[in-house]
Design a protein around this ligand. Structure first.
Ligand code: ACO
Length: 436
């Protein structure tokens, strides 16, 4: 970051001396005011619940311009990556800063592919879960549990350990997600098949059985790969910030990524695609497209507590660029599966049309986010609704680990320790129970 000529001056109405603070510029995007010495100089903290105005780190990985609806990984527009690269190119880019050349790509694909198996003990760990457990509960446990298997890559101060842990996590996540699915439905686990692509291998582990030959459908393979690319990173969102905060204590990468998985589960974040599909199914049950107007009235009524899931974003105040790409994939997949007249897709289109014209959504700059269409695509592929967030976690693992490794390698990195505005009781004495 570069020190700007501009400086910020904070003045106080009570006559306390004003404070001058440096301003830094990045390569693009808003400048930041450096408030690190503020407490030392004034005895005051800044107050910013939800981090609405706080840059918690500097990063070179992902840039979002929410007003323009632009998303760049290491400078490359998501539209180009989604159409010209595959997920493993994207992982390489996120981890290393550049797209791989032909040899680097071959080596990286081989490296990831040769780490896809998990320790056989994992299946006994899995057996401890109820069959009806939510896959995200299972995944949180399995990913955290990886730290018990790979003692040789848990030292985050060692760059080689960080690299091996990154490869292991990216390689094994699809295996774990597929195992969680197979366990739930009571089918035998399918071992990874290293001759397949990353997405093809995942489809194989999900849908093959030992009884029949499984042929990967290239349209579904490409669609899944695109889902992975679109979800790979999204700068300092809640789960990534969780991974950074968790990792800032020096904990091992598997534990930090498990914290990210847990955070992602929430319906305001990764759980939104599941919540969105459940919402579409609810409206369908209520009467489908004919009931869209009634449903929208509920959404606009603040007392109803109903939100249009898959709409709105903390950063995008324009169309989420990933939603456009996902809508394209959605059409391709539905056509491939002969589901062009899928009622949920029609319902989603009707909701989107109304929302994009409605004053409530227009004035609040609420546009479809990536989750609006990704659920329909996944459902058409045959992925059960409660596994959607698991797929998101699989894809986001590359971003999480790239961000974690960037933080550990940053000389300015410190343990994350937010402060607070205390509004509870001041010091008081404990009274005997009969006097309380
Ligand atoms: N439906 C109806 N109203 C909404 C929605 C929505 N989906 N999203 C925001 N609003 C309204 C809010 O009620 C608020 O209205 P007000 O100004 O009259 O009070 C205004 O728009 C601003 O909303 P906030 O909640 O303050 O915006 P914030 O940035 O905190 O929230 C969030 C963003 C959580 C994503 C929100 O838009 C939401 O809940 N969306 C639905 C869930 C969803 O799709 N999440 C996926 C996010 S993308 C991802 O994680 C990959």
């Amino acid at each position: 970051m570069n020190l700007s000529d501009n400086k910020a001056t904070l003045s106080f109405s009570d006559g306390s001396p004003s404070v001058e603070m440096p301003v830094y510029s990045g390569s693009v995007g808003p400048d930041v005011i450096d408030i690190r010495k503020l407490y030392g100089q004034t005895g005051m903290f800044t107050y910013d619940p939800g981090f609405l105005s706080t840059a918690a780190c500097q990063s070179t990985i992902t840039y979002i311009d929410g007003d323009k609806g632009e998303l760049l990984y290491r400078g490359y527009p998501i539209e180009q990556l989604a159409t010209q690269c595959d997920y493993l190119d994207t992982c390489y880019l996120l981890l290393n800063g550049e797209l791989p050349n032909v040899q680097q790509k071959k080596d990286f694909d081989h490296l990831v592919t040769s780490h896809t198996m998990v320790n056989d003990q994992m299946q006994y760990f899995l057996r401890g879960f109820r069959r009806d457990a939510h896959p995200m509960a299972v995944l949180t446990g399995l990913v955290g549990g990886m730290s018990a298997f790979y003692h040789d890559s848990t030292d985050i101060t060692n760059p080689e350990h960080r690299h091996i842990a990154a490869i292991r996590l990216i390689a094994k996540m699809p295996t774990l997600v597929a195992m969680a699915y197979k366990y739930k439905i009571g089918q035998p686990y399918i071992y990874p098949k290293n001759s397949l692509s990353y997405a093809g291998n995942f489809l194989h582990m999900m849908f093959a059985t030992p009884c029949e030959e499984y042929k990967v459908n290239p349209v579904l393979e490409r669609a899944l790969d695109r889902i992975f690319i679109l979800h790979a990173d999204h700068e300092q969102n809640a789960s990534t910030s969780t991974v950074r905060l968790c990792g800032s204590s020096g904990t091992n990468p598997f534990a930090a990524i498990a914290a990210g998985v847990a955070c992602l589960w929430g319906p305001a974040h990764g759980g939104a695609n599941e919540a969105c599909l459940n919402m579409l199914e609810d409206i369908q049950r209520m009467g489908g497209v004919a009931k869209v107007g009634e449903f929208m009235e509920q959404v606009k009524d603040k007392n109803s507590g109903v939100r249009l899931m898959g709409f709105g974003h903390r950063v995008y105040k324009n169309y989420d660029p990933r939603a456009k790409l996902m809508q394209e994939t959605c059409k391709e997949v539905l056509q491939e599966m002969g589901l062009e007249n899928d009622p949920l897709f029609k319902l989603a289109m009707a909701l989107e049309k109304i929302a994009l014209e409605d004053e409530y959504f227009v004035s609040r700059k609420l546009y479809p986010n990536v989750d609006f269409y990704s659920g329909i695509v996944q459902r058409a592929i045959g992925i059960p609704v409660n596994l959607f967030t698991g797929i998101f976690a699989l894809a986001r693992t590359s971003g999480w680990i790239a961000q974690l490794n960037e933080m550990i390698g940053d000389p300015e990195y410190k343990i994350g320790r937010p402060r607070q505005l205390f509004t509870g009781p001041v010091a008081r004495n404990v009274k005997p129970a009969n006097e309380r």
